[in-house]
Design a protein. Structure first.
Length: 304
């Protein structure tokens, strides 16, 4: 996960008008369902939920958020915002960060239906992260699906509630600080960056499972990346020691360029690449820990 500046999103001409119209129509449909339930003695809550579900299931309304998929993809060069995987063989979803129709952790919740057409609630996601996966002997369990856990007692339940007051458990790629709460082991496994017992550790732990960041394909590719980063930095160290030689300097710059490309925020698994590069700042030499100051400078000079 890397920070995504969603305010850079460019909406297609006429999109906001369509979104506003759809939300207004949905409000009216919910109101009519309530009125009919009152007049006939039916359960108002059931009537509301049915109106919400049917209203959001209309193809023309689903198309509204689907039409933003190419625009969302451009913000991170078609990477999944959760896993950073390109997943070229998989379709991508427009995930509603706050679920639009139901909340797995709160069965009485109607879903954040009033945010269904709010582009700030959209996240670009691969299906491995967004769709529910049931674990088996040969696969992991995860997928955001309708999950949206919060801590504390407050959860926005109706339009007008200040949802920004929720203490959200999931890490959010549009929050510039959240991505820093994840790191990765050399074996490719994701892990919290902060120590156990902290709120930050808990949020990262929950997010790893719900976003399915431990999916075997992601782990395998990160592990391969760790090996590549380690070898690259070892080559750079040898070349750096001979950098006064023009041939060696040229080779060093080539390796440096490759490293910078791997940790660039638009590259696949860039947060893992950055974590692996940071691991290599310190090395063991004759039983002592030695700092590669030249590498530390490279990493500190880059905007992250």
């Amino acid at each position: 996960m890397r920070w995504v500046d969603i305010d850079q999103l460019e909406l297609p001409d006429g999109w906001q008008v369509r979104a506003d119209k759809a939300l207004n129509e949905l409000r009216q449909e919910i109101e009519r369902a309530e009125q009919e339930a009152r007049s006939t003695g039916k359960d108002i809550r059931v009537a509301r939920r049915q109106a919400i579900s049917e209203g959001l299931d209309k193809g023309s309304r689903k198309q509204i958020w689907r039409d933003l998929a190419p625009c969302l993809a451009k913000l991170r060069k078609s990477k999944c915002w959760y896993s950073e995987s390109l997943n070229p063989g998989s379709n991508k979803d427009v995930d509603h960060f706050r679920p639009k129709n139901r909340v797995r952790e709160d069965p009485d919740h109607e879903g954040y239906w009033w945010l269904a057409f709010d582009w700030r609630n959209y996240r670009y996601s691969c299906q491995w992260c967004n769709q529910r996966r049931v674990g088996t002997a040969n696969s992991t369990e995860g997928g955001k699906w309708d999950h949206f856990p919060v801590s504390g007692t407050f959860r926005a339940r109706q339009e007008g509630d200040d949802f920004e007051m929720e203490d959200v458990d999931l890490l959010d790629p549009i929050d510039p600080e959240d991505w820093k709460l994840l790191t990765f082991r050399p074996n490719g496994q994701p892990t919290p960056a902060q120590p156990p017992g902290t709120r930050e550790h808990k949020r990262a732990e929950i997010s790893i499972h719900i976003y399915h960041l431990h999916h075997q394909e992601f782990v395998r590719e990160r592990k391969s990346l760790a090996t590549r980063i380690r070898s690259l930095i070892q080559d750079m160290e040898i070349l750096y020691s001979k950098i006064t030689d023009r041939t060696m300097k040229k080779l060093y710059i080539g390796r440096l360029t490759e490293l910078l490309r791997l940790i660039d925020r638009d590259s696949e698994y860039s947060s893992a690449a950055l974590a692996y590069a940071r691991f290599e700042v310190y090395k063991m030499e004759r039983g002592h820990q030695v700092k590669r100051e030249w590498l530390e400078k490279i990493l500190n000079d880059r905007p992250h």
